[in-house]
Design a protein around this ligand. Structure first.
Ligand SMILES: Nc1ncnc2c1ncn2[C@@H]1O[C@H](COP(=O)(O)OP(=O)(O)OP(=O)(O)O)[C@@H](O)[C@H]1O
Ligand SMILES: [Mg+2]
Length: 225
């Protein structure tokens, strides 16, 4: 159990540790005395909210990006919001959907110069914006290869999330139960009928994407396109 974590986060961890998985709540899986009590206990744990699994949804916006230029335009308008500097943002979507591409455009619009590398292998790429009015750190995570929860503590990720700056994470589902609930969740997917990069179908239709922006906090609402 993580000490001092927010209640929802702790609840998520408890549920995972006990591995209730897909408990069939309608039928008893236990036999003998106390079975009913145990079933009740499992049910109680199952309904505890996890902010990571089910962050509150305040507002949702759908955007279609016909091409990468449209993705860049949305990223630029997000960079104009002052609230982005302290935001927790997560990006979901299949491989090659455009998560890093969106971050790349966002960071460049915020003033990051030079290359914005995908953190797929390093898990974290950090940036410092020296220029006012947007000075401050930016933390770009990719949890795709994150598989050791101990690293959350050892690498200081918990401290980063508790500290200042923009925190933006790809593949947050791979660090489920550890990450705090985001201000903004962005889900990117290939536009219906589209295919993954490299497929002929994708080359033919120019890389259209469907993006869903989900505000989970008041700050997240300020960030909606
Ligand atoms: N509308 C679009 N929006 C974003 N990227 C697009 C778009 N159309 C084409 N692309 C291209 O799709 C690719 C997306 O790759 P990217 O690395 O950003 O994906 P990813 O979601 O980060 O994948 P991974 O899960 O592997 O990290 C890039 O080559 C980008 O140029
Ligand atoms: Mg990526």
């Amino acid at each position: 159990m993580i000490a001092g974590g927010e209640p929802g986060r702790q609840a998520g961890l408890r549920a995972r540790q006990i591995d209730i998985g897909h408990a069939d709540l309608g039928k008893s899986k236990f036999h003998g005395p106390g079975a009913q009590l145990r079933e009740q206990l499992f049910f109680t744990i199952d309904v505890l909210p996890s902010t990571q699994d089910h962050p509150p949804i305040l507002e949702t916006r759908h955007v279609i990006w016909a091409d990468e230029a449209a993705c860049a335009a949305t990223a630029r308008s997000l960079a104009q919001c002052a609230a982005v500097r302290e935001a927790v943002i997560e990006l979901r979507g299949p491989l090659g959907a455009g998560k890093t591409t969106f971050v790349r455009h966002l960071l460049h619009a915020l003033g990051v110069t030079g290359r914005v590398k995908s953190p797929t292998y390093a898990v974290l790429e950090a940036y410092e914006l020296p220029e006012s009015p947007r000075a401050g750190p930016i933390w770009h995570f990719d949890f795709y290869r994150f598989n050791d929860p101990q690293e959350w503590e050892d690498a200081g990720f918990r401290d980063i999330y508790a500290g200042a700056g923009l925190k933006i994470a790809e593949w947050p589902e791979k660090a489920e139960g550890l990450l705090p609930a985001p201000d903004l969740r962005i889900e990117i997917d290939f536009q219906s009928g589209d295919a993954a990069p490299g497929d002929d179908a994708d080359d033919a239709n120019g890389g259209a994407r469907a993006a869903r922006f989900i505000a989970c906090t008041a700050r997240g609402r300020e960030l909606l396109p």
